[in-house]
Design a protein around this ligand. Structure first.
Ligand code: NAP
Length: 276
């Protein structure tokens, strides 16, 4: 299948991920993989799109399972020889009313939203072909949570020299501090989801910088984005956008035409760059 273009979307069985797969099936020239951790839910989602006349393919992927990420990586490498579009959409949040202790919430949220997303990137980014597009679904909460961090943390998160190792250590420190009940003393906000999405936004900035150095001139573009406030299982019926409306910005970034050089390494919301 070398020569066939291919896109992968994580967490594609419902919500925003399903809408992103739907839009890519309509607009992307190539095969589109809907991935989901639960094969039954994934296959049902594929059937839903089949009934709309669309033909996504399915591959199982739990982003917290490194072996599973590598299985997908090997499958894509073997079948297609590379990857053209990666949309890291899978993510979790706790309901505001959830009484799970803050430290536990922090550990669970960061595990999926930051550490697992990073694992997917580390395994799949090397497969990205020239002119490939990587979209990490973050949130505007990364931007609104940043000023609630201590000045020292803000300085590191905004810095153009922060390394991936340093970011990982900071995210680990947040979880440790949250579990020990000292996160506020150490300059962290009391919003674990927001911190996890700071991690996703900063990781995307770092990846963009790294790609500029390691794969200069190949036209690969990485961005993070906020889909807006979208009616999904994570939010509820009061949110302002339908999933298809929420998919607009991620899909715009996934399909940035060849030859454009911006947005690059940015947080993008409603197709506009949010100044970090
Ligand atoms: P959702 O309806 O709850 O969907 C989340 C998706 O992620 C589901 O498919 C879920 O699978 C999947 N997922 C969770 N953990 C996973 C794992 N370990 N491996 C693979 N898939 C996993 O929420 P959503 O609103 O569509 O959220 C999608 C993304 O948008 C998230 O990253 C979220 O943070 C972000 N976002 C959403 C909003 C909003 O207003 N909705 C705003 C800003 C950002 P299961 O069905 O198996 O649980």
């Amino acid at each position: 299948m070398a020569g066939v273009r291919v896109a992968v979307v994580t967490g594609g069985n419902k919500g925003l991920g399903l809408a992103i797969v739907r839009a890519l099936c309509k607009q992307f020239q190539g095969d589109v993989y809907l991935t989901a951790r639960n094969p039954k839910l994934g296959e049902e989602a594929v059937k839903t799109l089949n009934n709309e006349g669309l033909s996504p393919l399915f591959h199982q992927l739990d982003i917290t399972d490194l072996t599973g990420i590598r299985t997908l990586r090997d499958f894509i490498k073997e079948k297609y020889g590379g990857l053209d579009v990666l949309v890291n959409n899978a993510g979790i949040a706790f309901r505001a009313a959830d009484t799970t202790p803050f430290g536990t919430q922090a550990e669970i949220i960061l595990k999926t939203n930051f550490f697992a997303t990073r694992d997917v990137c580390n395994e799949l980014l090397p497969l990205i072909r020239p002119n490939g597009r990587v979209v990490n679904v973050s949130s505007i909460f990364s931007h609104t949570t940043l000023p609630k961090c201590s000045p020292e943390l803000q300085e590191r998160f905004r810095s153009d020299t922060i390394t991936e190792d340093e970011l990982v250590k900071l995210m680990e420190k947040f979880v440790e501090d949250a579990k020990n009940g000292v996160h506020q003393d150490n300059g962290w906000p009391t919003f674990a989801y927001g911190v996890s999405k700071i991690g996703v936004t900063v990781l995307s900035r770092i990846q963009a910088r790294q790609l500029k150095e390691t794969r200069k001139g190949e036209g690969i573009i990485v961005n993070s984005c906020c889909p807006g406030w979208v009616r999904t299982g994570m939010t509820g019926p009061e949110a302002t956008k339908s999933p298809d409306e929420g998919a607009v910005t991620p899909v715009y970034l996934a399909l940035l035409p060849t030859g454009v050089d911006s947005p690059y390494g940015e947080l993008v919301s409603d197709k506009k760059v949010v100044i970090w």
